[in-house]
Design a protein around this ligand. Structure first.
Ligand code: DC
Length: 226
């Protein structure tokens, strides 16, 4: 069957990864969470006190970083590995979350990540989610979806996730972090978050996961059939 590339972009905590995972599972495609790659790089930078104003240090650090995804059969999707350590949980914690947007603005970091992402898409049959997939990583993707949701809906969803491990977290703190990341991601100089001209907007504020999947699956099937 005709395999395609599906690029899913959008703001933080809009349900992009949920949609990307569901689509990949249904279509039997590979799912790649590019945010996890930027998070793993950020974790390495934090652990090793990398000075992000020093290009030489950044390049030396990137040479030491090996990123890989390994399938986790219990969860049904892949975990992120940094130099063979499973970092899937720790990269979702606050220190990384608070620093990942600024690390993601760095030219060296973006070149490093984008090259690997493009390699992963060579065989097609892939669903990749991030901020610049439809604009920079795969401008030729057959299907591009730009996911959006109302900010209060996003805060509510994120709160439900985070409160399980961090009972003192407040909705206000989450809102501030999301708005700050939106701002940095949308206004950075290299590959800012931006809807590709040929992307379809999917506002899921009022949709269930199942409804969202059904809509996106129809779009994918149209493209696969073409
Ligand atoms: O999808 P996420 O929230 O896990 O992404 C974390 C950060 O990584 C996000 O704030 C910006 C950055 N990112 C990026 O710059 N480009 C991507 N393709 C994916 C994520």
């Amino acid at each position: 069957m005709n395999k395609i590339i599906i690029a899913i972009d959008g703001f933080s905590s809009c349900g992009k990864s949920t949609l990307a995972k569901q689509l990949a599972n249904t279509l039997n495609y590979v799912f790649v969470d590019t945010g996890a790659m930027y998070r793993a790089i950020t974790l390495y930078f934090l652990r090793n006190n990398i000075n992000t104003n020093n290009s030489l240090q950044i390049n030396e650090a990137l040479k030491q970083i090996q990123l890989s995804f390994k399938f986790n059969a219990d969860k049904g999707f892949s975990d992120m590995y940094l130099n063979n350590e499973n970092v899937e949980t720790i990269i979702r914690d606050l220190p990384v979350t608070q620093n990942v947007s600024s690390v993601s603005t760095l030219k060296e970091v973006r070149e490093f990540a984008v090259l690997q992402q493009q390699q992963m898409g060579k065989q097609k049959g892939i669903v990749m989610d991030g901020r610049d997939i439809g604009t920079t990583v795969f401008p030729q993707a057959e299907l591009k979806i730009f996911v959006t949701a109302n900010i209060d809906v996003r805060v509510e969803r994120r709160y439900k996730e985070l409160v399980l491990t961090n009972p003192t977290i407040t909705k206000e703190a989450i809102k501030q972090n999301l708005l700050e990341r939106d701002n940095i991601d949308s206004n950075r100089a290299i590959s800012p978050l931006k809807k590709a001209d040929d992307a379809i907007v999917l506002d899921n504020s009022l949709l269930t996961r199942e409804e969202q999947l059904a809509i996106a699956l129809n779009w994918a099937k149209e493209k696969i059939g073409e």
